[in-house]
Design a binder for this molecule. Structure first.
Ligand SMILES: [Mg+2]
Length: 127
């Protein structure tokens, strides 16, 4: 069965790019345009992995990941990649401390994102 990836991102260009790319790799992709929507969708979809932007309306990525990590909402904690332009040391530390597994700065490379997803999901690199 295809792994499920939920993308939380308020930039439509990035959301579209990741969606097309990851669907093309065979993942089952869900999209949310703010943190609150992502939280609600995560409870329904039970994603294996989430790609999370930090600066989003209604609920930022730190709060989103922290909420999922602290209060599981009866779902298994997904792997989390933070994908953000807030890539200074302090924000990276904060992201990892709230429960992100990997921090990827924007601008990003699609192949990097795919490689990190494979690692986190325990897949073989040549997917
Ligand atoms: Mg944003």
């Amino acid at each position: 069965m295809a792994s499920k990836i939920l993308i939380a991102e308020d930039d439509n260009n990035i959301l579209g790019l990741l969606s097309v790319f990851l669907s093309g790799l065979g993942y089952e992709v869900s999209l949310a345009r703010d943190g609150q929507e992502a939280l609600e969708m995560a409870v329904k979809v039970k994603p294996d992995l989430m790609i999370v932007d930090i600066m989003m309306p209604r609920m930022n990525g730190f709060k989103l990941v922290n909420t999922l990590a602290m209060d599981r909402h009866d779902i298994p904690m997904p792997k989390v990649i933070m994908l953000t332009s807030l890539a200074d040391k302090e924000n990276v530390q904060r992201g990892l401390s709230v429960g992100a597994d990997v921090y990827i700065p924007k601008p990003f490379n699609l192949e990097d994102v795919a490689a990190r997803i494979s690692e986190l999901l325990g897949e073989t690199p040549a997917k």
